[in-house]
Design a binder for this molecule. Structure first.
Ligand code: PHE
Length: 330
């Protein structure tokens, strides 16, 4: 009897080591532990055991019963746990994915980037200046006479007598030339502010990009060539343009550049996109550059208008509204 018990234990161990799923575990249970199974059968044989042996055999039988039952319980628990973790994960993988919203650049930033790229290709470096500017940098150093109408309170947001929100990016020319001696090939993007009535066409705030080149042998033809190259890259090779003589206190001679704008189904017209000219010698003197030795050209253009033309937007205010339905389109 004792040897039968130890054989049973051995074969149980062996069978258990082969169990790999709940089905074979159940077969093991039926074979050893069910009512007609091997272990209860052994118990039934207990009555035939001789008196002297009963104590030892009884103990061995009980040990076998407890051992097999425990092993079976442990294995079952282990198997069920591993099934739970592989087949029924805590996350419901059938749920639709949650979209991660990636922000995108504002149309104006995209346009600025695009313009910067074109000019970087032409050897320009990018500089920035402050939006709060001195009256001197914004006007005086740029050769604006004291009684120039642009200085009027109606156009300029004055902070006090000497400081204002810059009305153009041209004061960055002054800052740059005060710090850096020629040769200069610079692009200066930024926000500018004008105290204008807000409408579909104008806003109190917009962006400009200023260009400045100062060297010993600069020509007006080079200025024109640079700007024509730029608008062809920005608007396409077929863009129709013209230069018109104009006036700015800080350039002489000065010009404005127009492009022909023909919206679908509407009458075409000339559209002013930038101002430009050869840096006035007075400006060079104001920043301590010798106008006998150096010559320069400058240009300044708004960003909103070209961007609006390019993307077919007809109200400037929408560019400052932060309306996500509009912004998502770009
Ligand atoms: N600063 C001028 C403006 O805001 C544009 C300009 C820049 C013109 C540089 C000539 C040269 O209108």
């Amino acid at each position: 009897m004792l040897s039968k018990i130890s054989e049973t234990r051995k074969s149980f161990d062996e069978d258990l080591s082969k169990v790999s799923n709940l089905k074979s575990l159940e077969e093991l249970r039926i074979k050893y532990l069910s009512r007609k199974g091997i272990v209860p059968q052994l118990f039934e044989g207990f009555q035939d055991v001789s008196r002297e042996e009963k104590k030892n055999v009884g103990q061995a039988l009980n040990e076998l019963k407890i051992f097999t039952q425990n092993q079976y319980d442990l294995f079952k628990e282990k198997l069920e746990n591993s099934l739970k973790s592989s087949e029924e994960p805590d996350i419901d993988i059938s749920l639709p994915g949650r979209k991660i919203e990636l922000g995108s650049k504002h149309l104006i930033t995209q346009t600025l980037d695009e313009i910067k790229e074109v000019f970087k290709g032409l050897g320009f470096s990018v500089y920035e200046g402050p939006e709060l500017e001195s009256d001197y940098n914004n006007f005086g150093a740029l050769n604006f006479p004291d009684d120039h109408p642009a200085r009027d309170m109606q156009d300029t947001f004055f902070i006090n007598k000497n400081f204002l929100l810059r009305t153009h990016t041209s004061p960055v020319q002054i800052r740059l030339m005060q710090q850096k001696k020629p040769p200069i090939r610079a692009l200066m993007p930024g926000k500018v502010f004008r105290n204008e009535a807000i409408s579909a066409k104008s806003y109190c705030l917009f962006h400009q990009i200023e260009g400045l080149v100062v060297d010993t042998d600069i020509t007006f033809a080079e200025l024109k060539g640079t700007l024509v190259g730029f608008i062809k890259q920005f608007f396409g090779k077929d863009v129709v343009y013209r230069f018109r003589a104009s006036f700015f206190p800080f350039t002489e001679p000065s010009a404005e550049m127009d492009i022909w704008w023909q919206p679908k189904g509407k009458a075409g017209r000339w559209l002013e996109i930038l101002g430009c000219g050869m840096v006035d010698p007075n400006v060079l003197i104001n920043v301590g550059i010798d106008p006998e030795k150096y010559i320069g050209y400058a240009f300044g253009m708004g960003i909103e208008r070209p961007a609006m033309r390019k993307y077919g937007i007809d109200d400037i205010r929408i560019l400052f509204d932060s309306d996500i339905r509009f912004l998502r389109q770009f």
